[in-house]
Ligand binder design. Sequence first.
Ligand code: GDP
Length: 463
Amino acid sequence: PTEEYENLRRRIYSNTKELYYYVEHELGKFMQEENKEERLQVILDQVSDRKRSLLSDQQRLQEVDGYHEWRIAEAANVSDLIQRRLKHLQNPPDCKEARKVICNLNKGCGFGCQLHHIVYCLIFAYASERTLILNSKGWRYNNKGWEYVFHPISDTCVSAFDDKAVQWPVTYDAKVISLPFIDSMAQRPKFLPLAIPKDLAHRIVRFNGDPASWWIGQMLKYILKPKTAMQKAINDTIAKMNFKTPIVGVHIRRTDKVGTEAAFHHIQEYMAHVKDYYDQLDMSRSTDAVRRVYLATDDANVLEDARAKYPDYTFLGDASIAKTAATHRRYTPLSLTGLLVDLHMLSMCDYLVCTFSSQVGRVAYEMMQANRVDASDSFFSLDDIYYFGGQNAHDRVAVMDNAGTNQDVVFLVGDMIGIAGNHWNGYGRGTNKRTNVNGLIPWYKTADHLVLYPFPEYKHVPL
Ligand code: GDP
């Protein structure tokens, strides 16, 4: 290791103790003091500053540990391999003879939800070594079909000819299988998200902190290739924006989502995380630099509101996109262009603040994962933890025993805990699958449980 690496590592170790010394001492004093509120604010500010310093050092650690270039190369290699496998799968030498799976793009939902529908179909195709045929005539964003906006997911094989499609679940090895929506799938295969391919897992975990969403991101990378006209429309809008880094992406999902599938979140809640990001960044750059935010939303009033409330920040975004995204014009070709601009921009940001209850927020994060080595530390979701709609059970595994002294659940090392969510206060909620007890889970005593599935290894696709 380099001298800088060792120095940083020791600095973090020592400053973690310093943080505790500070909290212990100040809270001790605090118990005897008058003016408690004022004092408490001072303590909180001090603790956040020390936390930012620790996180900033840890980020630096990753840059100077000597593996920076290696991670970049390895992520590119694995991504490349997956893309080549998909291309091979989607372009069989004899289309007529090839086994196939059919996916209908007739899901009555928004674009994020439809993208995830195709992702699930492509994962099914990859797992069963079948070519995916996407039926998209009458698609709500373009009546003529997906291929009029995006490059087709196959260059050579786009129909099942006269072969009869058998509806999943199938009882025999049918040549052509037709897939339901993931939410209503019977006999759910174990390869559904958040599972990742076993043959690649040990490579992915070495450069990415959230392999499941990285894997989904790879599917999106294959699927989402705008054709010339759409790409030009996207580029033209982006060219007007003066996009520069550093920049934080904020996605604010309102209109029909609020009160039905998600709670309302005030602009302040998003901006608190934006501020935290920049305060931490300022520890390693000149402090008076511009604080840029790319704001994507379906609420036509948010951009103006944000600019008025936060004059110290520079907001990028297109109010006309937001207006078109408002409910009644949502499923038009024009709104699709706007949404693709927003998704592209959000995925290019250094950090993302959003609500993962929204498929748009999750797609932005998945795209972020796909276009860099590791975005697993580069977001904050105000509500849900990351998930894939219709996914199989998501567990965390206990890495320490927990005595369950307060309202928290008793568990032992190795217990599997089915996760309902994180409360972002040090605790999450979940069920110990061994004891069936549900309650609070001290998050730091658990680790994400990755599901490795033996997907086909595509050995005939050159490395
Ligand atoms: P969800 O409802 O947020 O989970 O995501 P969906 O993609 O299924 O549906 C939401 C729809 O609202 C999107 O497809 C867009 O049409 C629109 N929308 C939501 N947020 C944005 C945004 O930030 N920008 C734009 N342009 N459209 C959005």
